[in-house]
Write a protein that binds this ligand. Structure first.
Ligand code: KIV
Length: 301
């Protein structure tokens, strides 16, 4: 292990003296790696691409789940504008504002110690100009304390990505199904089929050249996602983009079974938290109405 004489670790280095979580491999991983006393960095993610290590990114919107995901070893958390739906109850991501997202992002930063926290720039907060993008991203960095921002779009937001990177703000790009453009796309449909695949490929290369540190690929054909992933040196993070991307992201309420209704095809339900919570609240309400809660053990004398 290299490091400073005081034992602290250098940027990009994982502490190999500490036990790692079970990952199925014999080398330290981004997921579940031992705490190093610092957050995961964009350099760590780019280094993982070089070693072929896959990793998970998850959304988070509050301190408690952020702490839980952080302790589970999730290396990157996204305070997504999906908060529009899962926190604020809107039908799309379009209405959510910077002022809606900033307190959530700040809570996720406070709840976590190790994960790199990415703040999603909402619709209308960066498209107008590079100046607007710089101001919005600056608020996410200063007021919420995130380490990076995400924005949607390819060539049309290239000046914004260049300006943010030039200002020292790490940028995660987002291509394919970009939900903020749902009204232009005509619904939540697969993107990048046929000739559109070449445009997406060019957008990905442009994002890499502009200095983005990662690219979310949402709801695109798996083959295209694989080709893009092999064509850029920065990690690709898939959601509905198949198994060939470098990382995967899901909205936590989707994977945990809290969002109602039939999920999109790409979602795998790993739990039924909705049923667990519903059962718990019913039991409590029944005991309240029956007068059996609070029992003697829940009371002060
Ligand atoms: O807002 C969000 O949660 C996202 C992810 C689904 C990529 O953009």
């Amino acid at each position: 292990m290299s490091g400073d004489s005081d034992g602290s670790l250098e940027i990009g280095e994982i502490d190999m003296t500490k036990p790692t979580a079970t990952s199925g491999s014999d080398h330290p991983t981004l997921y579940g790696a031992a705490p190093t006393g610092r957050r995961v960095t964009t350099r760590d993610l780019i280094a993982a691409k070089a070693t072929g290590e896959k990793w998970p990114m998850i959304t988070a919107y509050d301190a408690l789940t952020a702490q839980l995901f952080d302790e589970a070893g999730i290396p990157v958390m996204l305070v997504g504008d999906s908060a529009a739906m899962v926190v604020y109850g809107y039908g799309s991501t379009v209405p959510v504002t910077v002022d809606d997202l900033l307190p959530l992002a700040a809570a996720v930063v406070r709840g976590s110690k190790r994960a790199l926290v990415v703040g999603d720039l909402p619709f209308g907060s960066y498209q107008a100009s590079t100046q607007q993008a710089l101001e919005t991203a600056g608020r996410f960095m200063k007021e919420a304390g995130v380490q990076a921002v995400k924005l949607e779009g390819g060539a049309r937001v290239l000046p914004q990505v260049e300006a943010l990177v030039g200002a020292g703000i790490p940028v995660m790009a987002h291509l394919g199904l970009t939900p903020q453009s749902v009204n232009q796309l005509g619904g939540y449909r697969v993107q990048g089929r046929g000739e559109d695949g070449e445009i997406l490929m060019q957008d990905a290369k442009a994002m890499e050249a502009a200095g983005a540190f990662a690219i979310v690929l949402e709801v695109v054909p798996s083959d295209l996602a694989g080709r893009v992933s092999r064509s850029v040196s920065i990690p690709t993070i898939g959601i509905g983009a198949g198994a060939q991307t470098d990382a995967q992201v899901l909205v936590w309420q989707d994977l945990a079974g809290l969002t109602p209704g039939r999920p999109p095809k790409f979602v795998k339900r790993y739990a039924d938290v909705g049923s667990v919570l519903s059962t718990a609240v019913h039991e409590w309400a029944n005991e309240v109405t029956a007068g059996t809660y609070p029992g003697p053990e829940h009371q002060y004398s």
